[in-house]
Write a protein that binds this ligand. Structure first.
Ligand SMILES: NC(=O)c1ccc[n+]([C@@H]2O[C@H](COP(=O)([O-])OP(=O)(O)OC[C@H]3O[C@@H](n4cnc5c(N)ncnc54)[C@H](OP(=O)(O)O)[C@@H]3O)[C@@H](O)[C@H]2O)c1
Length: 318
């Protein structure tokens, strides 16, 4: 079938392209052409999603669409000019009005209905617009934390680099905090599989309790080798020193948020076959990619994560 990836030249999108090709689809990507070219054999269509879709895109008439690049209201509205048999949209848990902090008991919890241009409300608006246009041909994948090779957000990547450098490493006093993530390759393959076959909303992240923050960091140390030693710092000391949760210490949330934010019901995703490969594979493959690739620039306007060295030195000095 003709499968159009909206996006497709970065992280999740490029894994969707790989999965779609592996499944034997005739694949096209639609991008502005800013972030590079798709692999040979994949048709490159050019458009800015903030403008109406051009005639050549509509004329290609995809059977299936996987949308990884919708970040504006206009982009969602213009995409309704397509008429595929299946449209799989990559949304976010942030589409829920109550997340974070959550918990999320299923997919029926209320989503944002405000008109501001924040990330969550825009995703929720896009879900409504596309859902109204495509009805039971539409599936929205509300992704949690996505990780794996080609991730330009560099959250797992920062931990890997810091832990590989070895020595005393500041870690939050929250190593038993449960966390969950979805490997971009698992999500991508599943999106290609379910597009046009299933519909509605699905919380697409790893099973609750699949690991803990400590489990993830231990896996990073095992994969990178070296002599990193955890220097556990309590939450109050981290916050007093100006450490920003999630940004400075990726995946760390203060205890009162963490207790519910990682509590996400993914029963529907499991029922629809979303896989969850061993965490070790995600970490090892990300590390292998990171060592041989030039790190892609972060998306415009995004801060790179990680603990600033001077802040780390202060915390280690006690
Ligand atoms: N990472 C996470 O933990 C996480 C969690 C929840 C949800 N998500 C969602 O997962 C998706 C991530 O997908 P990704 O990794 O493939 O995306 P990405 O890194 O944001 O890549 C964006 C892609 O879209 C294209 N693009 C950007 N702006 C465009 C425009 N105005 N018109 C046409 N094309 C445009 C880019 O190509 P050009 O620059 O060449 O146009 C590129 O191919 C996003 O929708 C994100 O909201 C991510």
């Amino acid at each position: 079938m003709r499968l159009l990836v909206l996006g497709g030249t970065h992280f999740l999108g490029r894994h969707v392209v790989d999965a779609a090709r592996a499944a034997g689809h005739d694949v096209a990507v639609l991008t502005r052409g800013v972030s590079g070219h798709p692999p040979d054999g994949v048709r490159a269509l050019r458009a800015d999603r903030d403008d109406p879709l051009p005639a050549d895109v509509l004329a290609w008439a995809p059977d299936l669409v996987v949308d990884t690049s919708c970040q504006t209201r206009a982009a969602a509205e213009h995409a309704t000019a397509l008429d595929p048999r299946g449209y799989a949209f990559v949304s976010s848990l942030n589409a829920y009005r109550g997340w974070p902090p959550g918990p999320l008991r299923g997919e029926d919890e209320p989503t944002w209905d405000t008109d501001d241009d924040e990330y969550g409300p825009v995703k929720a608006h896009a879900e409504r617009v596309l859902g109204a246009a495509f009805g039971d041909r539409f599936l929205t994948a509300r992704a949690g934390l996505v990780a794996g090779p080609h991730d330009r957000l560099h959250r797992l990547g920062w931990w890997l680099e810091r832990i590989a450098a070895g020595g005393p490493v500041v870690v939050p006093d929250a190593l038993d905090q449960p966390i969950a993530l979805v490997d971009a390759r698992d999500l991508a393959g599943w999106l290609v599989e379910v597009c046009g076959q299933a519909s509605g909303s699905v919380n697409t992240t790893g099973p609750a309790g699949m690991t803990t923050l400590g489990g993830l960091l231990d896996t990073c140390r095992e994969v990178t080798g070296g002599d990193a030693e955890w220097v556990v710092v309590d939450e109050a000391a981290l916050l007093d020193a100006g450490v920003q949760p999630w940004l400075h210490l990726p995946f760390w949330l203060p205890a009162d948020v963490a207790v519910t934010a990682w509590d996400v019901d993914t029963a529907r995703a499991r029922q629809l076959g979303l896989p969850s490969r061993p965490l070790h594979d995600t970490v090892a493959d990300t590390w292998a990619w990171q060592q041989q690739a030039v790190r892609p620039a972060p998306p415009p306007g995004r801060d790179l994560p990680g603990l600033p060295p001077e802040l780390e030195a202060r915390l280690l000095a006690g």
